[in-house]
Every structure is written in structure tokens, then in C-alpha cells.
Design a protein around this ligand. Structure first.
Ligand SMILES: Cc1cc2nc3c(=O)[nH]c(=O)nc-3n(C[C@H](O)[C@H](O)[C@H](O)COP(=O)(O)OP(=O)(O)OC[C@H]3O[C@@H](n4cnc5c(N)ncnc54)[C@H](O)[C@@H]3O)c2cc1C
Length: 315
């Protein structure tokens, strides 16, 4: 028996979330004594990248009709291959819409946003995020089969190299429903949901002309940039950077919040970050209650000084 895992790629290139999902599937397989079979749709990347994280077998679906993403058609493709009782998906935007479609097609339980290896695999029980990341719960699958989506950056990418094998599967799936015509990445920037470090700023920055210092700090740390909702609403930053309840939910290893008050709707999207650093000139700002480290002070002095210090350390 195999633990199946959906290895997501964008325009043929594997996402970091795919490596994390394979690492997670390998951890489950270690408990059940199964092998890991990864399924990917029209990848251009080499399967070697998936063997590195523990995929014993990679099934590459070749289907010209699946060039454009559609949750229903992709679920059908995975359904035709995955004949095991445990199927793992990354909790990305695309994959988290494929997983429920597949759960319906297979009549399996669906547990989303899991953050740890299962406590038991029979019955399947696992810890997951709840209430927009403000709490945790232990979910138990009712059905014999289970599909899980792994919260990004929760488990981590873990090398576990095996000498895997590859199978190419030619499919021809009807893809006539609503589909994504094109995936475009904002120019040359890190994907916010995949980033290990995020530097985020809010209205405390006073205006878009002051974002240079946020970008400088992000560059020196190799981080992605994010912002609060009002900042993107006023047009200081693009909507793709808006994090929170109504924006992207992220869980980087390090989240640096600059001039953000820490409203509950903002926290809902960032409070599962592993380490939170808050920089705010108001010692009473609510964000400090959720911070691992806090600096009370003027961002306009602290950020450039911090950037210089990190540059010096790196040199
Ligand atoms: C239904 C709903 C959904 C929402 N969804 C979201 C969401 O997804 N994401 C989100 O972010 N918000 C969301 N909001 C808005 C949220 O309630 C807050 O209004 C918003 O997060 C505040 O943004 P801010 O912290 O940038 O601005 P402010 O609340 O204005 O805070 C600015 C902060 O900057 C600090 N500051 C000022 N000057 C400096 C300085 N020189 N140096 C350091 N610090 C300084 C201030 O002390 C203050 O704490 C939502 C609201 C609603 C009602």
C-alpha cells in the first residue's frame, strides 16, 4: 500500500509546498510501513526533486487538457491514480480546492490545515489549525479513507533521499468547467505563502514613499513583503501583499510586523507564524500581546539601523 501525495507545480515547476507535502507523506509512511507515491500533473521539473524528500515513486500525469488548472479536473486525475487510503495535499490555494473535490469523489474524510504527523493512523487522528489559526483541534476521520492538507511551513521540508522510480501516465480528462487561464507571479518576488521570512508593514509607515526601508530589510533577510489591509485598500501596496482574515493566511518561520497595530483580523492570518517580532512606537499596541519579541520605538529609526546591522553581520 502507498501513501499518496499531490506534488503541486506551477507552470511545471514544483512548489516548496510540494516538497513539504512529500516530507509529510514520508513521515506518515514511516508510521504505517507504506511507501510514498507522488502524483504530479504535467511537471517539467525532474522527479529527482521529489525522491530527495522521500517519494518512492512519482507518477507524472501527461494530459494536454490539464494545461489549465481546474479543481474538478485535477481531482479526477488524482482520483484515477491514488488508490490508497491516505492522500496528502499541500494547503495551497489550488490544492486546497482540489482536495475537497477528491474527498467527494472518493467519499473520504477531509482534514484541512494539519500541522503535525497523525497521532494515530487507524483511526486517522491529527492536530490541525482551527478558528483562523487562533486555536488547534484534534480531528478524527470517520471514513476509512482520509485526505489531509498540510498547512504551509507547519511541518517543514525534510530531506529523506530514496532512489525512486518514475511512471508516466497519459490521461485525457474532460476539462470543460471554469479553469485558470494563467498563473502569474508578481515580478521576481518571493511567493508570500511559501516564504520562510516575511517583513510586513502597516499604516504606521505613513505613506507608500516610505516602503523602500521595508524592502531593503526584506532584501537583506531574503524575505517576502506583506502589509495590513488598509495599506492595500488605500493603494500603498498591491492586494497580493494583504495578509489577515480577508487576505492571505501565512505561517512563516519569522514574521516581522512594522507599524501594524495587531487587530484581530490581521492576527487571524499571521498568528501561526513560528516567531513574531513587533516594531511599534506605541507600547500599548495590541500586537505586543502576540509577539515573541517586541521593540517599542520609531520604525523610521529602527528599520534602517536593523538593516545596516544585519548587512554588517552578513559581511
Ligand atoms: C471584516 C474585517 C476584515 C478585516 N480583515 C483584515 C485583514 O485581513 N488584514 C488586516 O490587516 N486588517 C483587516 N481588517 C482591518 C483591521 O481591523 C485593522 O483596521 C487593520 O489591521 C489596521 O491596520 P494597521 O495596523 O496597518 O493600521 P493602524 O491600526 O492604524 O495601526 C498603525 C500602527 O502603527 C503604529 N505606528 C505609527 N507610527 C509608527 C512609527 N513611526 N513607528 C512604529 N509604529 C508606528 C501605531 O502605533 C499603530 O499601532 C479587517 C477589518 C474588518 C472589519
Amino acid at each position: 500500500m502507498a501513501v499518496f501525495v499531490y506534488a503541486e507545480n506551477i507552470n511545471g515547476v514544483y512548489k516548496k509546498a510540494a516538497f513539504e507535502a512529500v516530507s509529510y507523506a514520508k513521515a506518515i509512511a514511516g508510521k504505517t510501513g507504506d511507501s510514498v507515491t507522488a502524483i504530479s500533473i504535467n511537471p517539467t521539473d525532474s522527479s529527482d526533486l521529489l525522491y530527495k524528500y522521500g517519494a518512492d515513486k512519482v507518477v507524472n500525469v501527461k494530459d494536454a487538457g490539464l494545461k489549465n488548472f481546474s479543481a474538478k479536473a485535477y481531482a479526477e486525475a488524482v482520483n484515477q491514480i491514488a488508490d490508497g487510503n491516505i492522500i496528502v495535499f499541500p494547503h495551497t490555494t489550488d490544492a486546497s480546492s482540489v482536495a475537497p473535490m477528491l474527498a467527494i469523489q472518493k467519499n473520504y474524510s477531509l482534514i484541512t490545515n494539519v500541522i503535525d504527523v497523525p497521532e494515530s493512523t487507524s483511526p486517522f487522528q491529527v492536530k490541525r489549525k482551527a478558528f483562523s489559526g487562533k486555536g488547534f483541534m484534534h480531528a478524527k476521520a470517520d471514513a476509512d479513507g482520509v485526505i489531509v492538507t498540510v498547512s504551509q511551513n507547519a511541518f517543514g521540508v525534510k530531506e529523506n533521499a530514496v532512489s525512486g522510480s518514475e511512471e508516466v501516465k497519459e490521461l485525457s480528462i474532460a476539462n470543460e468547467d471554469t479553469k485558470v487561464i494563467n498563473h502569474e507571479q508578481s515580478s521576481g518576488k518571493l511567493d508570500l505563502k511559501e516564504a520562510e521570512i516575511v517583513v510586513s508593514a502597516g499604516r504606521g509607515m505613513k505613506g507608500p514613499e516610505n516602503w523602500g526601508m521595508i524592502e531593503d530589510l526584506a532584501n537583506v533577510l531574503g524575505a517576502a513583503t506583506a502589509c495590513s489591509k488598509p495599506v492595500s485598500d488605500i493603494g500603498w501596496r498591491p492586494h497580493t501583499e494583504h495578509v489577515g482574515q480577508t487576505g492571505k493566511a501565512i505561517s512563516p518561520n519569522l514574521y516581522i510586523a512594522v507599524g501594524i497595530s495587531g487587530a484581530i483580523q490581521h492576527l487571524a492570518g499571521v498568528n501561526s507564524s513560528k516567531t513574531i517580532v513587533v516594531i511599534n512606537n506605541d507600547a500599548e499596541a495590541p500586537f505586543f500581546k502576540s509577539a515573541d519579541y517586541g521593540v517599542v520605538g520609531d520604525a523610521f529609526q529602527i528599520i534602517p539601523a536593523l538593516t545596516e546591522k544585519i548587512k554588517a553581520l552578513k559581511a
